[in-house]
Design a protein around this ligand. Structure first.
Ligand code: PMP
Length: 306
C-alpha cells in the first residue's frame, strides 16, 4: 500500500518517516478532519476530481471544530498536486488529514497544542470490490446516524467514523457488502461511507442534506449530471420502505464512486441488476474521465497543468 512520499507539515517525507507520537490528541479524542479524493488517469493525463471542493470541505470541517490548519486552501491544493507528481502516480486515492497533534492530554486542547497536516496518496482500486459493477448487497443497520445536535454530519471528522465502523462491521458480519443507516428520526440517511440514491417511476430521489448525512461531493456531482441528462430529481425525506419498493438504488462516494445496489435485506432491487438510470449516471460519471462527458464544470484538475 505504501507510496514513496507523504506530505507532512509542509515537507515531502519518505513513507516510513511520516509518523506521530502516541500522545497525539486525535488518537485519544477523535479530533481529526480529513478528506478522500481521487486522481483519475484521464484522457488529459492524471487529474484530481473536484480538488478545490474537497479542500474547501476540509477547511469547513476544521472550522466547525476550531482547528487552525495553518496553510491556505491554495497551499493545500498545490501540496496535493505536488504529491502526485513526486510519487509519479497516474491514479490515486488521496487522503489529506488535519489533526490535533502531540502535546499533552485533556479533552480541551491545551493553548499551544499543535495541529498536524498530512496528505497521503494510495494506490486503491474499487472500494466495494466487484459490487462496484454488478451491485452491492446491503442491509439496513440496527445502528442509527447520530442526531444532528450531537455530532455534526457535514464535518468530515475522524470521530464520525466510529458510527460508520459499527454500521460496516454489523453489515460484514451479516454477509453484506455495506450497511445503510436510518437517521435519528427513523428516516433514510446514508451508507456507512456513501450517499444514497433511489429511483422510483423514473424519478431520482435522495435524502436531503439535513438528513444527518455528509454532503457528498459525488452526490452533488450526480445531482448535477442528472439535471444535465434531463432527469427529474427530488431531495426529500424517505422512509425505510422506500428501499424495498424502489426500482433502482445506488450509492455514491469518492471511494465507492457510483455503485449499484442489487439487494436490500436480501430482497432484490428491481430484477437484481443495475437499472437504466443507474447505468446512464454511471456512464455520465465515468465519461468525465475518458472525455465522453464534457467537463463543463471544470471539475478536473490536471496534475501536469500547474
Ligand atoms: N457519506 C459518508 C459518511 C462518507 O464517508 C462519504 C465519503 N466521503 C460520503 C458520504 C460520500 O462523500 P463524497 O462523495 O464527498 O466522497
Amino acid at each position: 500500500m505504501s507510496t514513496p512520499f507523504i506530505w507532512h507539515n509542509g515537507q515531502l517525507k519518505p513513507w516510513a518517516e511520516a509518523n506521530v507520537h502516541v500522545s497525539t490528541h486525535a488518537l485519544h479524542y477523535g479530533s481529526s478532519v480529513f478528506e478522500g479524493e481521487r486522481v483519475y488517469a484521464t484522457h488529459r493525463g492524471p487529474a484530481y476530481f473536484r480538488l478545490e471542493d474537497h479542500t474547501r470541505r476540509l477547511f469547513e470541517s476544521a472550522k466547525v471544530y476550531e482547528i487552525e490548519i495553518g496553510y491556505t486552501e491554495a497551499q493545500i491544493n498545490t501540496a496535493c498536486i505536488e504529491l502526485i507528481r513526486a510519487n509519479q502516480m497516474k491514479s490515486a486515492y488521496v487522503r489529506p488529514i488535519v489533526f490535533r497533534g502531540a502535546g499533552g492530554l485533556g479533552v480541551l486542547p491545551k493553548g499551544e497544542a499543535p495541529v498536524d497536516v498530512a496528505i497521503m496518496a494510495l494506490d486503491w482500486g474499487a472500494y466495494l470490490g466487484d459490487a462496484a459493477e454488478h451491485g452491492a448487497n446491503v442491509c439496513v443497520s440496527s445502528w442509527n446516524r447520530p442526531a444532528p445536535n450531537t455530532i455534526p454530519s457535514w464535518a468530515k471528522a475522524g470521530g464520525n467514523y466510529l458510527n460508520s465502523q459499527l454500521i460496516g462491521l454489523e453489515a460484514r458480519r451479516g454477509g453484506y457488502d455495506e450497511g445503510i443507516a436510518l437517521g435519528h428520526n427513523g428516516l433514510l440517511s446514508e451508507g456507512a461511507g456513501e450517499n444514497l440514491f433511489l429511483v422510483k417511476r423514473g424519478k431520482l430521489l435522495t435524502p436531503p442534506s439535513s438528513a444527518g448525512i455528509l454532503a457528498g461531493i459525488t452526490r452533488d456531482t450526480v445531482l448535477t449530471l442528472a439535471a444535465d441528462l434531463g432527469l427529474s430529481v427530488e431531495e426529500r425525506d424517505l422512509p425505510r420502505e422506500a428501499l424495498y419498493t424502489a426500482d433502482e438504488i445506488f450509492m455514491t462516494g469518492t471511494a465507492a464512486e457510483v455503485t449499484p445496489v442489487r439487494s436490500v435485506d436480501r430482497k432484490n432491487v428491481g430484477d437484481g441488476t443495475p437499472g437504466p438510470i443507474t447505468k446512464a449516471l454511471r456512464q455520465a460519471f465515468f465519461g468525465l474521465f475518458d472525455g465522453r462527458t464534457e467537463d463543463r464544470w471544470n471539475w478536473l484538475n490536471v496534475v501536469g497543468d500547474r
